[in-house]
Design a binder for this molecule. Structure first.
Ligand code: FAD
Ligand code: DLZ
Ligand code: SF4
Length: 518
């Protein structure tokens, strides 16, 4: 073969329509795939997340080989493996003397910085192509963001509806309104149980990866097995079909509900497949729209699902690239408390947190409202350091890549960005969790008690948070009015709240070093 084009494909680029492969013939291309120590440990990912990525990479390599591509696949246990993308591209350049390196832009800033260095380092041209699997380009997001103080998702979402034509009747939204959230948010009914998402039994390729991860990453958080995530496009399509057939219908109403021990509820469980490239965001949205048009799912569920994908998912990606690198260091509320050890062990009497951490450990997953209103809300009102919180989320969820994790953590949950993403902090007392879940009835703490040793910790922490951040939040028109209630309480009651919060915070054991990073 004449000098080939070298195409590095990263672990979250496992799509046949990845731009770097477009128009290339198998005969003139060498695809490079690399299992590298740096990526597996820049945070100590949940064991199932590493299995997911390596197993999906190995299956994707087989699919490309079946099409006739030469795939140079570097395994983690290859003795010559240098442990980094840059080191492995350098070795591949030696092996193949390519005429060009063609790569799709990375999802994360960290890897983007490394790729920029490739340009001066290797003796051939490098093309870094835009990732067209996203609907909004970086330029479109910049244009949207220009001149706005708050980058309200809702307006961005409308632009994406117009751009894609999804749920549009000419220039009007289907049903006459853009957002049907007011029809959603139902608390769980007694005994609410949804048809579970399919799990996929590991084949020989995945079993080999499970053995590797068990041996090499034993000190990482999380259960290794049972492992049931989709690792091929075929499996991901089956998971998507099962969602559209059995759960989309009630996705909207129960989007914010939480039930002890019911981990998936009506959520799609498709984020891992979307984020590593097994599924395409637009194909899912078109399938959801078709379910509405054929009467298989109501508009509130379908609009809600489409909004999560072309609204929130696209918006946080645009936000990440617009706000980096500053976003990673943002700490508007000067929160410096270490993450508690129980985030890693699950050993807490707070039943809501214990259940969310259990599902995180067992499945490398928790659904949105658990991540936002239980785990995130706790970190916000307890004043946990944003960097420690971000490391935790990035490590423990199988769908976590910094472009999507960090805006959610620093922006949506912690208000660390000073309100660029969310116009107010989502702080809540135990009442919210009690309304939207069945957690409180079996908890050692009493949600109705406001202070004292039996009181739900979210209650005093909420007021402690408000008081602690008064200078930053009082002028916020969406939350500032709450201070009138606080001021009316009187000094004795206020003191009770603050003392209860202090006692609780003092009782937290900080996480030992080495859980998130070596
Ligand atoms: P569904 O509830 O079925 O939603 C459908 C799809 O919409 C998801 O698959 C996802 O692609 C998209 N979506 C929904 N909400 C969001 C959102 N807020 N931001 C971006 N996409 C969204 N999602 C990730 O993919 N990776 C992360 O690392 C991640 N970290 C998060 C951290 C915090 C603090 C919070 C509050 C949310 C985070 N999310 C993250 C968003 C959301 O919780 C997950 O996408 C969702 O739980 C995945 O499960 P699902 O596929 O069943 O989602
Ligand atoms: C998450 C992850 C892990 C654990 N391991 C690898 C790997 O060994 N090789 C690889 O190509 N990708 C891996 N990934 C995904 C990358 O971290 C992801 O592609 C980048 O973060 C995107 O910028
Ligand atoms: Fe969580 Fe408080 Fe309810 Fe217990 S009482 S489950 S700590 S919200």
């Amino acid at each position: 073969m004449t000098r080939p084009v070298l195409v590095p494909i990263l672990g979250d680029q496992l799509s046949r329509n990845i731009p770097s492969l477009e128009g290339l013939s198998p005969a003139s291309t060498v695809v490079l795939m690399m299992e590298v120590w740096d990526e597996a440990t820049y945070v100590k990912h949940h064991k199932q997340k590493i299995v997911l990525i390596f197993a999906a990479m190995r299956h994707f390599a087989e699919e490309l080989r079946a099409e006739g591509f030469t795939v140079d696949y570097v395994r983690l246990d290859d003795p010559a493996n240098t442990g980094s993308f840059t080191g492995e591209v350098a070795r591949a350049v030696e092996r193949h003397a390519p005429s060009e390196i063609r790569v799709t832009e990375s999802g994360e800033w960290r890897v983007h910085e490394a790729m920029l260095e490739w340009e001066g380092r290797f003796p051939c041209p490098i093309s870094i192509l835009p990732d067209t699997r996203f609907i909004a380009t970086h330029a479109e997001f910049r244009a949207f963001a220009e001149g706005r103080k708050h980058l309200t998702m809702e307006y961005f979402y409308r632009e994406m509806r117009r751009k894609t034509g999804l749920l549009m009747e000419g220039d009007k939204p289907t049903g006459g309104v853009w957002n049907l959230d007011s029809e959603n948010r139902e608390p769980p009914k007694e005994g609410l149980k949804a048809p579970p998402a399919p799990k996929f039994a590991p084949d020989a390729i995945t079993q080999e990866v499970i053995a590797l991860v068990g041996a090499r990453f034993a000190d990482h958080f999380g259960d290794l097995e049972p492992f049931g995530w989709p690792v091929t496009r075929e499996q991901a399509l089956e998971a998507a079909e099962a969602f559209f057939a059995r759960r989309l219908e009630k996705f909207g109403p129960y989007q914010d509900a939480m039930v002890h021990g019911e981990d998936d509820l009506y959520h799609s469980m498709l984020s891992t497949s979307l984020n590593i490239g097994l599924l395409d965001p637009l194909e899912l949205c078109h399938a959801a729209e078709a379910a509405y048009k054929s009467g298989r799912a109501p508009l509130n569920s379908v609009e809600g699902f489409i909004r999560q994908i072309i609204g929130w998912r696209e918006y946080v990606r645009g936000f990440y690239w617009h706000q980096m690198p500053g976003l990673a260091a943002a700490n508007e509320l000067s929160a410096h408390r270490p993450l508690p050890e129980f985030f890693w062990t699950g050993a807490t009497d707070m039943r809501c947190l214990a259940d969310c951490i259990r599902t995180t450990r067992e499945d490398a997953h928790a659904h949105h409202i658990q991540r936002l209103m239980v785990l995130g809300n706790f970190c916000l009102i307890a004043g946990i350091d944003p960097r420690e919180v971000a490391d935790w989320y990035l490590a423990v969820y199988a769908d976590a890549f910094e472009w999507v994790e960090l805006p959610n953590v620093a922006g949506m949950v912690l208000y660390a960005d000073g309100g660029r993403l969310a116009t107010k902090p989502y702080a809540a007392s135990g009442n919210y969790i009690n309304k939207m879940s069945n957690y409180c009835s079996g908890c050692r703490y009493k949600v109705a008690e406001k202070t004292g040793p039996k009181a739900c910790p979210f209650n005093p922490l909420y007021w402690d948070f408000m008081e602690r951040n008064r200078d930053k939040l009082e002028s916020n028109h969406r939350i500032g009015r709450i201070y009138a209630t606080w001021d009316k309480m009187g000094e004795a009651k206020q003191r009770e709240y603050l003392e209860s919060a202090e006692k609780f915070l003092d009782s937290l054991e900080p996480a030992r070093k080495g859980w998130a990073r070596n």
